[in-house]
Design a protein around this ligand. Structure first.
Ligand code: IDP
Ligand code: MG
Length: 155
């Protein structure tokens, strides 16, 4: 049975871009069946990074996190599908790569908690807020793929 379609924000962080892992990371999420509905490369400035990570302000790692996320270009995308938030979070693996299961993005390619390759929204409500932080509504494309009927059962 089809569940509610969600959108979620995914970032390939500067380490993922520098290590040539944009394609492999996208391949996993796209191959899963999620639909990419927006995508762009950008270099976040300090203000945008502080806004994106506002929930972590005051934590000991906040300064390093902002420095890291602004240290090079990132790729932002919006993925859409039933339970997209949960699917992406599971595909990313635990925040600390040492605790991330093999087969997850962080579990296969990460070492350091600060350089854990990807960001994914942690709830549908936060996803909406984060997507608005990175994309204009006009940059999000509404379309269907012929293969979607082989990925999600009709309601
Ligand atoms: P998440 O990315 O798995 O959602 P959050 O707890 O939201 O994890 O933390 C945001 C980011 O902050 C993490 O992806 C990681 O890069 C960084 N971070 C979180 N906890 C630590 C820490 O204890 N030390 C260093 N960096 C951390
Ligand atoms: Mg988070």
């Amino acid at each position: 049975m089809a569940s509610t379609v969600e959108q979620t924000l995914v970032l390939v962080k500067p380490d993922g871009v520098q290590r040539g892992l944009i394609g492999p990371i996208f391949t996993r999420l796209e191959g899963r069946g999620l639909r990419i509905v927006a995508m762009k490369m950008l270099h976040m400035d300090d203000k945008m990074a502080r806004g994106h990570y506002a929930v972590h302000e005051g934590k000991p790692f906040f300064k390093g996190l902002v420095e890291f996320i602004t240290s090079g270009p990132i790729v932002a995308m919006v993925l859409e599908g039933p339970r997209a938030v949960e699917l992406v979070r599971n595909a990313m693996g635990a925040t600390d790569p040492a605790k991330a299961a093999p087969g997850t993005i962080r579990g296969d390619w990460g070492v350091d908690i600060g350089m854990n390759l990807v960001h994914g929204s942690d709830s549908a409500a936060n996803a909406r807020h984060e997507i608005d932080h990175f994309f204009d509504r006009s940059e999000i494309v509404d379309y269907e793929r012929d293969i979607d009927k082989w990925i999600v059962e009709a309601a």
